[in-house]
Structures are given as C-alpha cells and as structure tokens.
Design a protein around this ligand. Sequence first.
Ligand code: ARG
Length: 472
Amino acid sequence: MAENNKKPAPGVLWAGRLEEKPEAEAFAFQASISVDSRLARDDIRGSRAHAAMLGEQGIIPRDTAAKLDAELERIAAELESGTLTVDAGAEDIHSFIEGILTERLGDAGRVVHAGRSRNDQVALDFRLYLKRTVPELMTELTETIIALLDKAEKHTESLMPGYTHLQRAQPVTLGHHLVAWCAGLVRDRSRFADALQRLDECPLGSGALAGSSLPLDREATAKALGFARPTLNSMDSVADRDFALELSAVCAITMTHLSRFCEDVVIWASEEFKFINLAESWSTGSSIMPQKKNPDFAELIRGKSARTTGNLVTLLTLLKGLPYAYDKDLQEDKESLFDSLDTVRSCLRMFRGMMASAAFNTERMEAACVGGFLEATDAAEYLVRKGLPFRKAHEVAALVVRDCVAAGQTRIADRTLTELKTRSELFGEDLYDVITPAACVAARKLPGGPAPDEVDRQIRVLRECFPDNVNI
Ligand code: ARG
C-alpha cells in the first residue's frame, strides 16, 4: 500500500483501545458488511429484544429502552423502504446499526450494547436469519416435490426402461422414476426441518464468551425472539457453527440430488434418447451451430452443485483446528452458507420450471423397453414360479437371450415355444403374456415397485407429508 494512500478508517466500535486504525484497504479486508448486510432485520430484532430486556431488568432506564425500541423500529422501516441504505464502508452490520442509533439518540444509543458482544450478537443474527429463511427453502422444496408428483401421477402407466450401469435393465414407468426423485427430496426437506430444530436455541447473553456480570434475563430474550430456549453454554454459543455446517451439508445433499436428476434430464434430452422435450423457453441455442437446442438449465444446476459441495468443505475446513471460543475466522462462515442457501433456492426454482414445462416422448420411451431383453428377469422368475431354482432359471433365461442374439432376434417373444423348450421344458404358452413390458411392470406390485397402482400409492404417501398442499 502506498504511503499516501493512508486514510483514517471509518468510525469503529473498538476505537477506544487502539489509537492507530488500519488503512482503508486493510480495514475493508477485515470488514464483513458486504456479506452480513442481509442480517440487518435480524440484527435490529435482536437489539430490540436485548434493549427491552435491559429496561425490564433495570440495567438501563425504562424510558431509554423505549426510545431505543422506537428508533430501532424506525431504522428497520427506513431500511425496508430504502430511505436508509446500509453504508458499504461500515465494518459490519452490527456496527452500522449501532452507529446510526448513536448518531440519532446520542448517549441513549450508547447503552444498547450493555452485556452484549458482537460475538453473541452475530451468532444470534445468523440463527434468526436461518430461522426465517430455511422455512422458505423448505417451501421451495415442497413445491418442487408437488410439481414432480403431479407429473408422476400422469405417467404411472408410461413405460420406460429402468437403467443400471446406464444399460437398460428392467421396464419401469416414468411415474416410478419421478417418485424416486421425490423420495430423496422429501428426505432433504426433513433434514432441513431437523437442523432447524437443533439450532432453535438463543445465544444472546453469552457475551464475548463468558456471559455477563449484569443481571441479564436470557430466558426472556430467548422467548421474545421465538427460540425454544437459551443456549446452555456461553462458550459453545459463540464458538460453534455446527448449525451452519449441518445446513450446509443439507444444501450439498439437496444439490447432489438435483445434480443427478439433471444428469438424467441431460441424457433424456439427447438425440440418442429423445425421451424428453424441454420447452424452448427452458433451453438455449448455440452461437455457432444453428440447429442446437441445449439443456443448459439442467447442466447449470448440475454444475452449481459443485458450489455447495465446495461450501461444505469450506466450512468444515474453517472450523477444523479453531481454538475455543470465538475467532475472527468465523466471519467466513456466512458467505459460504449464504451462497449454499441461495444456490439451493434458485436451483429448485429453475428445476421446477424446467420440469413442469417439459414434455415426455412416451412412445419413444415405451419403444426403448423393447430390444434390450429387459424382460429376461421376468422370464427367469416365470421359471421360478414353475419350480426351477432361481440360479438355474437365470442360466436358462441367459441361454435364451444368447439364442435370440445368435438368431438376430431382439425379444424373447420372437422365439417359438418349440425353440424355447429346447432350453427348458417348463416354458409354456403363458410365458408370452408375462414378458411384454406392460406385463413386467404390472407384475411388480410389491411395495416400492413400479406397478401403476403401487406408484399411485407411493404418490399418495408422499402427498400426505404435505397436507396443506394436497389439493394444489
Ligand atoms: N463480523 C463479525 C463476524 O461475522 C462479527 C463479530 C466480530 N467479533 C469480533 N470479536 N471481532 O463474525
């Protein structure tokens, strides 16, 4: 930094101790306002509860508490309406709000931080923010699940190949495949709910790390802020970020799900598969190849899952090796989790829009069930029902498949009964009825299976997780 670049740092909360302030670039380096300004509402909520409690406890005069409350409410309204904007040059959102309060109220503003540190304040703001935004993400998940279930419901009879090793394996239905996706998303939603429950404890009153000698009422602030209870231990309150880690992991898992679904979509949209026709408005063209219609949204969602995986690793790495209690390293926690939460939100919205507008080429999907001997397992199970041990039946069916291949035939049904009987006397006319793709699917009616009635039941079970949305 050039000598003549030295500018006094803006006003800071810790100016009393240190005469020398960092230069502007260094000050900006350690500031977090660009990231934590989104906590403004939460910071004000926390300060209002804290000030009210200070008044109740007689730590500050009641009329001062009332003044603080009114001013904080005004600041919140001004920020909301845009008449007040966050100063990008402030150190962080906590200093900014306290600075405005003091500018407007003088000494009355200076009392609000009694018994509080930015360490418990930021832990509180972060939790309050998550308590109000994670339920919004859960709603995005619910709507995505419902949209997929609606699609699945229309396709419980739409036959398609199910794959293992990306090789055609056994016939399933599109409905069965879509419900498989939904089952994962339903678990993701419950993971979010679970993490929310665990973070529902109020760190306010933990101070820098060791609480306060002032007679704070931690129960009262926890209750006023809608927490289940205050946190148990003041060091844990300011040091740990396992709640952020947990949510980051849920974001990474959710995005891993979306990434895999999108990989299916990219494959289905290829010329080779042509199972899905993405709406034009959910596709993009090429700048050079005039014929192209690319599944960019699916690819980008798949790509963005890299961020959430990276963010999870960032947080794990950030926390590993941090001595108790607070360390400034922790300031890096929010950017990482905010990015994951934002990514999950936008990807769910995009995925939902892309899928809701997509059309499936059901004829092509059904046609793909023929030709890859997807009925071979059913032929083997036919023999099992006739009394042949499964390992033997498997071998017979495999030999039949080899016979077909040698004869240039694409289906077991292409062989005559006489030909089949050379491999097993147990084959009869009734075999032909159980090896069509529709018959294979209909026969798999065990719980979890692809039979249309069973998939209808699976859809009902999942819909029951969202009683409010059942009729959407
Ligand atoms: N901006 C800080 C953070 O996000 C607030 C806490 C600062 N505390 C401190 N002792 N410097 O962690």
